[in-house]
Design a protein around this ligand. Structure first.
Ligand SMILES: [Fe+2]
Length: 263
């Protein structure tokens, strides 16, 4: 039976020393029992699929999300780390697929995997009040993203962030304009920065997995909107564009993701 050595009532910051005084036979039986328990625990942990782990972590990260919610840095790092390790076989996608796979919408957080053939485009769209993690699983794609401009660029002749010609365009600043592939780390966009509006162009057959929260909500005025871009002429500054909301017919065949997660 373990016995705690000491008994001083003086506060001691060191952890109490514990000595096992049980007979050696009992001790070895107890220790092999302990080992079995430890192995059982390790086996259980290793039998959790990468997607289940991702699902559990995502659900935890977005558990109390609300429009404008930004996960704390350690949660962003944890979720990004899991996504960085994810392989196409973990989500059962292949370059021959052209489909949008999604998790059960009744079990947030929303997951989506876009499998795109070469040259396919996901048009410029927004994620109102959302944080989105995106990881390329295979292939390569060009990503261009924007955030709404908060001030006019230096040297601008305009005096407003909205176009004065009545066209309803709003000024946005480029966040990212680059090519990503499976070796790239997870890209994270936030409600106000990180490229909340983005478009993808598949340079090869490719797949991107998105984890996002809180979900789009049309009833709350947070539906997905699509935009056209036109250049902002300010001393040739290519870092800004006018974005105007447009009707889009973009659609992909959607299928429910398998396997079902344990929730
Ligand atoms: Fe998106």
């Amino acid at each position: 039976m373990p016995v705690q050595v000491g008994g001083s009532k003086v506060a001691d910051p060191r952890p109490a020393r514990v000595v096992d005084l049980s007979p050696v036979g009992d001790r070895s039986r107890a220790s092999s029992k302990k080992n079995r328990r430890r192995h059982k625990k390790a086996d259980a942990a290793s039998s959790i699929s990468p997607m289940q782990r991702l699902f559990d972590t995502s659900r935890e990260v977005f558990a109390n999300s609300y429009p404008g919610f930004v996960p704390p840095p350690d949660a962003v790092a944890r979720l990004s780390g899991l996504l960085n390790e994810l392989k196409p076989r973990d989500v059962r996608v292949a370059p021959s697929m052209s489909v949008f796979k999604h998790a059960d919408p009744t079990s947030p957080p929303p997951f989506g995997i876009f499998c795109l053939p070469k040259s396919a485009i996901i048009p410029l769209h927004n994620h109102p009040g959302m944080t989105v993690f995106s990881k390329i699983l295979f292939g390569s794609m060009h990503l261009k993203s924007y955030d709404w401009a908060k001030s006019l660029p230096a040297g601008s002749n305009d005096n407003a962030l909205e176009n004065s010609d009545g066209a309803g365009a709003r000024l946005a600043k480029v966040n990212t304009d680059a090519v990503f592939d499976a070796s790239s780390e997870t890209v994270v966009l936030y409600p106000e920065n990180g490229g909340n509006l983005h478009c993808f162009t598949a340079l090869t057959p490719c797949a991107v997995l998105d984890v996002m929260g809180p979900p789009y909500n049309r009833a709350q005025g947070r539906d997905c909107a699509y935009y056209s871009e036109s250049p902002y002429s300010c001393a040739g500054d290519a870092q800004y564009s006018w974005l105007k909301e447009v009707h889009s017919t973009f659609e992909m065949e959607g299928i429910k993701m398998e396997p079902n997660f344990i929730v």
